[in-house]
Unconditional design. Structure first.
Length: 206
């Protein structure tokens, strides 16, 4: 599993018309295959009267697929997948819907139209840089609590929760690469009295 990846920031749609054929590109972040399938179903229902709903997706697991959805082989799905791959975008699904305008575009015309529409949708969605973050828990006494939070914030860690019981437990998130230096510096800063514990990992936008 990588320490980071690129995906789309948000859902976005973009349109392009070529010789009266209307192309509508729709892109969505998707972390799992069920999310991909749900988005595809939604687009198909929205554009149930369209001639084609060409799609491609890539997931961080390595799963990827594309479909021409009735267009000549290699003229729809593969060009859309190529757009995702060249942009190094993963955990995303991109659908290009075509309403046929009555004029044949030819294989080359279809490839260009589907590629261009996919590019437009991707540009509109924006690219997010995702990085692996450490979920961190630190337990301390009340006397050191404020110093701990100030130290963590100055280090660049983000406080996500603080719980007050007999002692104070503070939860942080930080880039995974910063966790080891954070532990070492916290140990020195607290004279060896306070230690950080990594309780998990997640991906978040950088």
């Amino acid at each position: 599993m990588p320490d980071g990846y690129l995906t789309v920031k948000r859902f976005a749609e973009a349109e392009f018309t070529e010789k009266r054929s209307r192309f509508i590109g729709a892109v969505m972040p998707a972390d799992t295959l069920p999310e991909v399938e749900a988005f595809l179903d939604s687009v198909r229902k929205t554009h149930r009267d369209a001639r084609h709903n060409v799609f491609a997706y890539r997931l961080l697991t390595g799963a990827k697929r594309c479909s021409d959805d009735g267009e000549p082989q290699g003229t729809g799905g593969m060009p859309v997948l190529n757009v995702l791959e060249k942009a190094q975008v993963t955990n995303a699904v991109l659908v290009v819907t075509r309403y046929f305008g009555g004029v044949l575009l030819g294989a080359g015309g279809l490839v260009r139209a589907y590629s261009h529409t996919a590019h437009l949708a991707l540009e509109k969605a924006g690219i997010a840089v995702m990085e692996k973050q450490a979920l961190v828990r630190v337990e301390t006494d009340y006397a050191f609590h404020e110093k701990l939070e100030a130290f963590a914030e100055n280090f660049g860690a983000k406080i996500t929760d603080t719980r007050f019981t007999e002692r104070v437990t503070v939860f942080f998130v930080m880039p995974l690469a910063d966790f080891a230096p954070f532990c070492a510096q916290l140990f020195d800063f607290s004279a060896g009295k306070v230690k950080a514990e990594k309780i998990g990992e997640k991906f978040a936008e950088k």
